[in-house]
Design a protein around this ligand. Structure first.
Ligand SMILES: [Fe+2]
Ligand SMILES: [Fe+2]
Length: 284
């Protein structure tokens, strides 16, 4: 297989893994992270993050440009029974798909990754099947979400924060894959990406907990191939959101939500740390 074909293949798979991450995350937040179903979905989502990461690392190594637009994740949203049935079908379809691709690829690492994505998809199907069987009649009959307590304008504000953290996070994931030959620096950028993932959750949890699905809207991604430029942009983004969140802390609506106040305090301190780290990287 030609290198460009291999990059295209990995990129297509990555859009599916990206879709699965989002689907299971959003569903988890709507169930609540501390419920058995929510915790299990979070765990699946983390495994999908690995899947996406392995594909992205290979794309970066091959000199390709990662595609960060998620594919659609088809599912029947009627109730939990139909939702989990859709998940089982989705994961089951991936098993022959990944095995077929693994057979076409020569690179031993990429072959192993594709085979692993096949057998882990089979495990995911079994896990979802198990949840499906254990649903109570009430759970099976209903869908998660619905109980609105937070004003819509405030949800929109949280949603804007989710969108900006999501895109900053993708940005840093891209940097770390594309600049992986720079070793330590790309590790530090992945570290930044992981922080942003956590911060994204700080806002998304509240949207999901309010019975609304948090939206993941991909925006414009910085495509610099020059690391110094990337670090400069990264430091600037961290500072901008730090300032925005200092202002948000004074919002009377924020102060009505104890959990969010704690998460916002954490985010603000983390952003300061991130900005200082990046400023140091800039100097070097
Ligand atoms: Fe996967
Ligand atoms: Fe999966």
């Amino acid at each position: 297989m030609k290198k460009t074909q291999l990059i295209a293949l990995l990129n297509r798979d990555m859009t599916d893994e990206h879709a699965a991450i989002i689907r299971y995350l959003v569903h988890a937040w709507m169930e609540g992270e501390d419920t058995p179903i929510g915790a299990s979905l979070l765990s699946r989502s983390r495994e999908e993050m690995w899947h996406m990461h392995w594909l992205g690392m290979s794309i970066g190594q091959l000199g390709g440009e990662p595609n960060f637009t998620p594919a659609p994740y088809p599912y029947d949203p009627t109730n939990r029974a139909t939702i989990f049935k859709s998940y089982v079908e989705y994961e089951e379809k991936l098993v022959p798909h990944y095995n077929g691709e693994a057979d076409m690829v020569d690179d031993p690492h990429i072959k192993r990754v594709l085979q692993r994505e096949a057998w882990e998809s089979a495990i995911h199907a079994r896990k979802f099947q198990r949840i499906l069987k254990k649903l109570t009649p009430e759970q099976a009959r209903t869908a998660p979400g619905g109980e609105m307590e937070i004003p819509v304008e405030f949800i929109n504000l949280l949603q804007r924060e989710v969108t900006s953290k999501y895109n900053e996070m993708l940005q840093h994931v891209r940097y770390s894959w594309v600049f992986q030959k720079n070793g330590l620096r790309s590790w530090q950028l992945m570290d930044q990406a992981m922080e942003k993932m956590k911060q994204l959750a700080h806002f998304a949890e509240d949207i999901g907990g309010n019975g609304m699905p948090p939206q993941f809207k991909p925006g414009k991604i910085d495509l610099s191939r020059v690391m110094a430029k990337a670090i400069f942009k990264s430091a600037d983004d961290a500072l901008k959101s730090h300032r925005r969140h200092l202002k948000l802390k004074k919002d009377p609506e924020v102060n009505k939500h104890g959990g969010l106040v704690i998460n916002l305090d954490l985010t603000i301190q983390q952003e300061q740390y991130q900005a200082e780290e990046l400023k140091d990287m800039e100097k070097k």
